[in-house]
Structures are given as structure tokens and as C-alpha cells.
Design a protein around this ligand. Structure first.
Ligand code: ASP
Ligand code: MG
Length: 406
């Protein structure tokens, strides 16, 4: 007998028929003797509809009222699933975030979980009752409902699994696992049977939307084994776990890409202390996250060019901030480019293998693809390239690292 958390995303509960299917899946686990806590998302499209309602009432809506509205999607599915389970003769009860409660901070719309009181739900689990929790929502210290940011029910599920000491958190979604790269670009991409938390975190932060980034952080911190799998098939999914659990580690486990990139270059910036602090301080004040940064000093050593990347969606705001600050920062000219993408090769094996970056650079050069910017971390090498070469680059790298399925 094991205690598990099963999480079902929006497509898995998109209509009543699918909710009944989910109930059957949960019943199977219960019949196998498991203690089951379920976390549900809103029905597919429902949260978007609720967000649009808020937008249509007020341009500057109060974030507390936004949470009041958008948290309702999960309330509906939790009740419907509890009913469907009861219909199958399974003892089940729905729980809203405030009832458990799942305590969060007061950052409405993007709240962080602070702690979960598991006493009552834990008791119910011990009694054999299925606990159906509404994902995405919590209780702020202002005693009001909060939501955890888009995609937040992954985080609800993993945090619940951590608090309940669950053996595993199964995330049922519309893909059947984590692949070596996007199968829409590389049809012979392989499904990974296991991936480390670190690698998954890099994938999530690159915009791979399968798991909310925060949920992977929590899983890593509390060593929650997370399985990503499809609710529409019975094929095994991908286990996100500690490195020790993976016997055959790949040097590179995946190629990720992000289209949400733009590049700014400030030309002829004075080469003196404090200039970079000025540039990036102004951007940080505007809440703009900068990613890759490169600085080149001119031949005579008096000026420098600073190039950096940022989310494409933030480009207009960043340009405004930098143009306004031109005199204070002290640069001659500014160039911006939004036809760029970031490609990353990710793998924990890089820590102990030389030549990973070299393989990347060679593969790209063989296709005549120019690299604009490079950055590295312990388990990732990223390059910025022109957007038109994105698919070609992903395919070339996928083969270069031997990731293509046989
Ligand atoms: N329903 C919420 C959203 O669409 C939370 C989730 O599904 O994870 O963002
Ligand atoms: Mg999701």
C-alpha cells in the first residue's frame, strides 16, 4: 500500500466524459490498495475564460478579486470528480485550498505556498477516503483565496505530495512524458524514462510547458518523485527524480528552445566601473529579467559594447527604459533584434564530460548557422541564433548528440 498524489491537468478533465474516465483511473489505484490524494486543474480553456472575464470588466482589476474569480475553475472540477467517484462507489470528498488549508503568501495572482496543514486530509486518507483537492489555489495570510500563477496546479500537487510524504506524484497531462526534444520538430525524438530534477528545471525555465517551474523546484527540494504521463493511454511516462536513481546517465538528455527571446546591444558604452550596474539596475527596477550577457571592450580600451537577451515580450518596455536613461548610462547607440531564439543542450553528464560545447559549435557551423551569443551553466550550454534557423539547429543538435531514436 502506498500513498500517492495523482494530478490531472485541464485536458484530462476537459468534459464530463473525461472526468468520469479520471474517476475510473483513481478507482483503479484505490482498488490496488493505495491511499490517493487527487489534485485537479480547471476544465481546459476555463481559466482563460475566467481571466478574459476579469479583463473585460476592468483594465486595472484588483488582484484579490482576480483570484476570487479565476480560482473557481478548480472548485468546479474538484466537486465534479468527487461526485463521479462517489457514483463508482468510491468514498471521496472535495477540498478547496482554504479548507485544507494550503497557506500561501499574499502575492495574489502569483502566490507562493508557505505550508500545508495535512492533519485532516491525512486522517481522511488513513480512513480510505479519496481526497480531491482543487489545484492552483491557496489561502493568503490576509485570509483570502490566492492563486499560484498559471500552470500552478502542478505546484499544488507536488507541494501536497511533499507535505503528505507521498511515495510519488503522478502528473497526468496531454503529453505522455518528457522527450529529448519537441517531437513536432524532430519526429524521432525519444521519450526519456527518467530525467533528473536539475535537467527538468532547465527544461521548464526554457519554456517547456509540461511542468510549472516552481513545482520542479519543490520536487527537487523535498525529493518528491514526479511521474509525467498521459491520462489517455497506459504507456509508462517519464520519472523526474534524483540523479542517484538514474543508472545510465546521458551526457546530454535534451535539446530545448525558446522563441520568447530578444537581444539588445548598447554600443560605445564608457568602460568604467558602475556602468553595467547602471544598465541592469534600471532594467531590474522595471522588473525585466535579463538572461545572457556579453561585454566586449573596444581595441583602445576606452569603450565597451554590452549585449544581452531578455524575454521578447519585455522588449518594448526595456527600450523605453534604456532610451530614457541614455544620458545617465552613457552609450552612443542601441540596437535591438527580436528575430532570435535560444537553443540549449541540457544534461547532467556535462559535469564530467569534456567537449560538449565543442560538439554543439561544430554541428551548428556545419549547417552554416551563426552563433550570436553563448552562455553556459554546469549542466547547460545555450546559444542565441537567428530565428529562421531554429528547426534546422534543433535537428542538427539532436543528431549530433546521438539522441535520435534508432
Ligand atoms: N487552471 C490553471 C491554469 O490554467 C492552473 C493549472 O491548470 O495548472 O493556469
Ligand atoms: Mg499545466
Amino acid at each position: 500500500m502506498a500513498r500517492i498524489v495523482m494530478k490531472f491537468g485541464g485536458t484530462s478533465v476537459a468534459d464530463v466524459e473525461r472526468i468520469k474516465n479520471v474517476a475510473l483511473r483513481v478507482k483503479k489505484a484505490v482498488d490496488a490498495g493505495d491511499q490517493v490524494a487527487v489534485t485537479v486543474s480547471a476544465m481546459a480553456g476555463e481559466t482563460n475564460r475566467l481571466v478574459a472575464l476579469c479583463d473585460s470588466v476592468s483594465e486595472l482589476y484588483d488582484a484579490r478579486e482576480y483570484d476570487t474569480v479565476v480560482s473557481t475553475g478548480e472548485q468546479v472540477t474538484s466537486g465534479l470528480l468527487a461526485m463521479a467517484l462517489q457514483d463508482l462507489g468510491v468514498d471521496a470528498r472535495s477540498w478547496q485550498g482554504w479548507q485544507i488549508p494550503i497557506h500561501t503568501d499574499d502575492a495574489h495572482g502569483k502566490a507562493r505556498i508557505l505550508g500545508i496543514d495535512t492533519d485532516v486530509v491525512s486522517q481522511r486518507l488513513d480512513q480510505g477516503q479519496v481526497v480531491v483537492c482543487a489545484g492552483f489555489q491557496g489561502l493568503g495570510s490576509d485570509n483570502r483565496v490566492t492563486t499560484l500563477g498559471r500552470g500552478g496546479s502542478d505546484t499544488s500537487a507536488v507541494a501536497l505530495a511533499a507535505a503528505l510524504g507521498a511515495e510519488r506524484c503522478d502528473i497526468y497531462t496531454d503529453v505522455d512524458g518528457i522527450y529529448t526534444t519537441d517531437p513536432r520538430i524532430v519526429p524521432h525524438a525519444r521519450k526519456l524514462s527518467k530525467i533528473t530534477y536539475e535537467e527538468m528545471l532547465e527544461q521548464a525555465s526554457m519554456g517547456t510547458k509540461v511542468l510549472q517551474t516552481r513545482s520542479v523546484e519543490i520536487a527537487m527540494k523535498y525529493h518528491v518523485r514526479v511521474q509525467v504521463l498521459s491520462s489517455f493511454s497506459d504507456t509508462p511516462g517519464t520519472l523526474v527524480c534524483d540523479e542517484d536513481e538514474i543508472v545510465e546517465k546521458e551526457v546530454v538528455s535534451g535539446i530545448a528552445y525558446s522563441r520568447d527571446e530578444a537581444k539588445i546591444t548598447l554600443l560605445s558604452v564608457a568602460d568604467r566601473p558602475g556602468v553595467a550596474a547602471g544598465v541592469f539596475g534600471a532594467l531590474a527596477d522595471a522588473n525585466i529579467n535579463v538572461d545572457m550577457i556579453v561585454q566586449n571592450v573596444s581595441a583602445d580600451g576606452t569603450t565597451a559594447d554590452i549585449t544581452f537577451t531578455l524575454p521578447r515580450t519585455d522588449l518594448p518596455r526595456a527600450l523605453k527604459v534604456l532610451e530614457k536613461g541614455q544620458e545617465d548610462i552613457g552609450y552612443a547607440r542601441l540596437e535591438a533584434d527580436k528575430n532570435v531564439v535560444k537553443i540549449s543542450v541540457i544534461g547532467v553528464g556535462m559535469r564530467s564530460h569534456a567537449g560538449v560545447a565543442q560538439t554543439m559549435f561544430r554541428a551548428l557551423s556545419e549547417k552554416g548557422i551563426n552563433i550570436l551569443t553563448i552562455s553556459t551553466s554546469e549542466i547547460k550550454v545555450s546559444v542565441l541564433i537567428a530565428e529562421e534557423y531554429m528547426e534546422l539547429a534543433v535537428r542538427a543538435l539532436h543528431s549530433a548528440y546521438g539522441l535520435d531514436a534508432q
